[in-house]
Write a protein that binds this ligand. Structure first.
Ligand code: ZN
Length: 157
């Protein structure tokens, strides 16, 4: 199996069986995201404990395999991280999707980075970049409480 096939396999797996697809009990932060270009919708729920560590994260939504896989992979990666660490991971991922070849953060294992790199194939397709980054921008919005609902079409990506 080559790398491209491995990447596709991981996306299909997460797209078909998304992890953390549920609503967190007693969440204290949340935001919704919408990608009208593709029809993807996501609602991210976050429960931070007193030390601002992610005690639980989950999402509800529907959309294409890329958007669902991205939300699934994202939620499985930030659980247990501190809020500022989550931001670092988000920034690293968004930079990688835009222009970088690799992920630089030290907060993720090689295995986790491989899962995120699966989504790097969308780089050539601006429409797909919005699918892959929707849940990440929504998570940022939930953390910062900047907006309750984001429309990714209007975001500069
Ligand atoms: Zn999509």
């Amino acid at each position: 199996m080559n790398l491209k096939e491995l990447y596709q396999e991981i996306i299909l797996d997460h797209g078909k069986n998304p992890r953390n697809l549920r609503k967190t009990d007693n969440f204290n932060k949340d935001a919704k995201g919408h990608n009208p270009l593709c029809g993807d919708k996501v609602h991210v729920y976050l429960k931070l404990d007193e030390s601002k560590k992610v005690e639980d994260i989950s999402f509800e939504g529907q959309g294409c395999a890329i958007s669902m896989a991205s939300a699934s992979i994202m939620t499985s990666m930030v659980k247990g991280k501190e809020e500022h660490e989550v931001k670092e991971i988000i920034n690293d991922f968004l930079e990688m999707i835009k222009e970088k070849e690799t992920l630089d953060t030290k907060l993720l294992s090689e295995d986790e980075k491989t899962k995120l790199m699966c989504l790097s194939g969308v780089k050539q397709y601006p429409m797909r970049v919005k699918c892959a980054t929707l849940s990440w921008h929504t998570l940022t919005s939930a953390i910062d409480k900047s907006q309750n609902e984001i429309n990714i079409e209007s975001l500069e990506i």
